[in-house]
Design a binder for this molecule. Structure first.
Ligand SMILES: [Zn+2]
Length: 269
C-alpha cells in the first residue's frame, strides 16, 4: 500500500506545474482581466475553469497524441532564440518533418488550436466548448511558462539534477505557495500578438531559465542535503522559488491577455 501511494505521488508530481499550479494560473488570469463583460463571463465559470485547466494532463493516458502537446524542446528544432523558426504548423512540418515534431513536441500549436477553439465557442455561445477550450488554453499557456517544458534536458539530466522538474513545478509550490504573498495582481489588456507569436516569445524568455535553475539548485545542494528541511526553504526563498513565482504570475497575465483577445475577436470588437 505504501509503495502504491509513493507511486501515485510520483505520477502526480510528473504533471506539469502540478494540479495546483495550473489552477492558480487559471484563477489569476481571471483576476487579472479588467472589469467588464469578458471578466464577468469568465468569473462565472471560475470553478469549472480551474478543473478544466488540468484536463489535458488527465487526457494524456487515453488520448493518442496528447502527450506531445505539452512541451516544445528547443534543441530539437533551432538554437535559442530561434529567430528563423517557421511558426505556422505546415511550415514547421515541412522544415523538420513529422517525426521531429512528435519527438520535440507541438506545444505552440496546441496553444494556437485551443485559442481558435475558444474564439469559436465564444462566438457560438457554447458553454461546454468554452470550458474545454478555455481550460486547454490555460493548461498549455501554463506549460509554456515551465522552462523544463522547453528543453530535451527536461529533468536536469545533464546537470545530474534529476528530479528538478517536479521540484520546481510541484514540490515547492505545494509546500509554500501563499496567495496573499505570491500572487502579484496586474490588470492586463488584450494580447497584441497572435497566439503563436506569443508562444515563441514565451519560449525565448523562459528557455534560458533552464540554466539559471540548474545552477541555483547546485548552490543549495552544496549547503544542505535534500533530507534537510532547510533545503526546500532555501530553494523557495532564493532565485529558484522566485522564478516559480515569476513564471506563474507571467503565465496568468499572458493567459488573461489571450482570453481578452479571444473575447474581442468573437464579439467583433
Ligand atoms: Zn501539461
Amino acid at each position: 500500500m505504501k509503495r502504491l501511494a509513493a507511486l501515485l505521488l510520483a505520477v502526480g508530481l510528473a504533471l506539469a506545474w502540478g494540479p495546483k499550479g495550473h489552477e492558480l494560473i487559471a484563477a489569476y488570469a481571471v483576476y487579472d482581466m479588467p472589469q467588464g463583460p469578458a471578466r464577468t463571463y469568465f468569473a462565472a465559470h471560475l470553478k469549472a475553469l480551474k478543473q478544466a485547466a488540468n484536463d489535458p494532463d488527465r487526457r494524456k493516458s487515453y488520448t493518442p497524441g496528447e502527450a506531445y502537446r505539452h512541451y516544445w524542446e528547443a534543441e530539437r528544432y533551432e538554437p535559442w532564440p530561434f529567430p528563423d523558426f517557421p511558426m505556422p504548423l505546415a511550415a514547421a512540418r515541412a522544415r523538420f518533418g513529422e517525426a521531429t515534431l512528435e519527438q520535440g513536441g507541438i506545444l505552440p500549436w496546441a496553444i494556437e488550436e485551443s485559442y481558435n477553439a475558444l474564439v469559436k465557442a465564444l462566438k457560438a455561445d457554447d458553454e461546454k466548448a468554452f470550458l474545454k477550450a478555455a481550460g486547454d488554453l490555460a493548461h498549455y499557456v501554463g506549460d509554456a511558462h515551465q522552462p523544463f517544458h522547453t528543453t530535451t534536458d527536461f529533468d536536469g539530466q545533464s546537470w545530474l539534477n534529476g528530479g528538478i522538474h517536479a521540484l520546481f513545478e510541484s514540490t515547492i509550490i505545494e509546500a509554500y505557495w501563499d496567495d496573499a504573498r505570491d500572487y502579484w495582481p496586474k490588470t492586463v489588456g488584450p494580447a497584441r500578438e497572435a497566439p503563436l507569436a506569443l508562444a515563441f516569445e514565451i519560449f525565448r524568455e523562459d528557455h534560458p531559465l533552464v540554466i539559471t535553475l540548474n545552477e541555483e539548485l547546485w548552490k543549495v545542494k552544496r549547503l544542505y542535503s535534500e533530507f534537510d528541511k532547510r533545503y526546500y526553504k532555501t530553494l523557495w526563498n532564493g532565485l529558484f522559488g522566485l522564478t516559480a513565482r515569476v513564471q506563474i504570475n507571467r503565465a496568468a497575465r499572458r493567459l488573461a491577455s489571450l482570453y481578452l483577445r479571444a473575447w474581442n475577436e468573437a464579439k467583433g470588437r
